[in-house]
Design a protein around this ligand. Structure first.
Ligand code: EPU
Length: 338
């Protein structure tokens, strides 16, 4: 384990922002993790444990220690005829874990194919796409308290999962490091095809014949059609969450905008498409300098090359202000801003 000083984070964040970390280390084993957490030399330094860097925006140099987690491994820990428990290390790439499940014919994470990031980061914001969320397959996780070095496990309930949210974004923010995640997957074929776009991609009758591999490929195809490739355009997926409002607000908006894109979450709770709100403010495909939104999805902010984190943040604030002024709705970032 080698701790370096003044390291560029450009290749460690998918926005491709060139900020520096005062200290940087890549961690490949759990022993190294323990070592870095208990290391007296860095005891007082603030720390970020980084996965794929696909949901983070650095607006300035980081005056602390950044530890990139690269621990690997997926293994079956228990199974019966119907279900299987798979334990995965925090540093596994999320999509490699999905590929492992698809190859073994374990059902449950195929709708989450191709999401950037790592297994250890996935529970923090309860990643989701195409009608599925991490919490649907989550069993428990293990990790370490960063201040005390104490090991701790969390059951599903204890994680307090919500829409792009968990206890690790609240009470345990920046003080808990996830080391392993346990997933409960299914051996019997069962797909979640509720997401609207699936229908337009499938021919009539085709859905009954889909294999797990084909389902995963379908999700990948939809993602590639709708979202920019982070290798080509620096981005962190959706920049904001879809805001939640009550029925009164929906009625009020529908009087003015008959094409409002929204859907019901539960009684008197609706989500409005943030992409639609942003588009209505004229921001779809709009650039200011090297920053802009994706032409096919206004919720994705792109670094077209050389933008600073601060420029990206300012651009996102322009969007927030425009949406606030036009709709009286506050957009909350989904991306973690440092
Ligand atoms: N829309 C617009 N204009 C836009 C973008 C979207 O009008 O510029 C409208 C369209 O009607 C579209 C609808 O909004 O049909 C929904 O768009 P989309 O299916 O792309 O979904 P989303 O709600 O914008 C969410 C997640 C994505 C996830 C997709 C698919 C959030 C914040 N984002 O986006 O997750 O891939 O659903 O399930 O919930 C991410 O979290 O980083 C992410 C990419």
């Amino acid at each position: 384990m080698q701790i370096e000083e003044n390291v560029s984070l450009k290749k460690y964040n998918t926005f491709g922002v060139d900020a520096n970390a005062r200290y940087f280390v890549e961690i490949k084993t759990e022993d190294e993790l323990q070592e870095i957490i208990t290391n007296q030399e860095f005891k007082k330094d603030k720390k970020i444990f980084l996965g794929g860097g696909s949901n983070i925006l650095f607006t300035k140099d980081y005056d602390g220690l950044i530890a990139k987690i690269s621990t690997k491994g997926n293994r079956v820990v228990d199974e019966n005829e119907k279900e299987v428990l798979v334990e995965s290390s925090a540093g596994e790439k999320w999509n490699d874990f999905v590929t492992y499940c698809v190859e073994k014919n374990f059902f449950g994470v195929e709708n989450l194919s191709l999401i950037p990031g790592t297994v250890g980061a996935a529970p923090i914001q309860n990643i989701g796409a195409y009608g599925a969320e991490l919490k649907d397959v989550f069993e428990s996780l293990d990790g370490i308290m960063i201040d005390s070095g104490e090991k701790k496990s969390f059951s599903k309930n204890e994680c307090q999962f919500d829409y792009r949210d968990s206890i690790f974004k609240k009470k345990y923010k920046d003080n808990f490091l996830i080391t392993k995640v346990l997933f409960r997957l299914q051996k019997e074929k069962k797909f979640n095809l509720n997401y609207r776009a699936f229908q337009s991609y499938l021919k009539p009758g085709e859905q009954n014949k889909l294999s797990l591999r084909e389902m995963s490929e379908l999700v990948k195809r939809i993602r590639r059609d709708k979202l920019p490739n982070p290798q080509k355009y620096g981005n962190a997926g959706s920049f904001f969450k879809n805001p939640e409002v009550d029925l009164r607000k929906i009625n009020e908006l529908q009087e003015k905008f008959n094409d409002l894109v929204h859907f019901k979450v539960e009684e008197d709770k609706y989500k409005i498409s943030a992409g639609w709100l942003i588009e209505k403010c004229g921001f779809r495909g709009k650039n200011i300098g090297n920053v802009g939104t994706y032409k096919k999805q206004a919720l994705v902010i792109i670094n077209f090359g050389g933008a600073t984190g601060d420029e990206i943040k300012k651009f996102s604030e322009n969007i927030q202000n425009a949406v606030e002024n036009k709709f009286n709705i506050t957009l909350t970032p989904e991306v973690n801003i440092y």
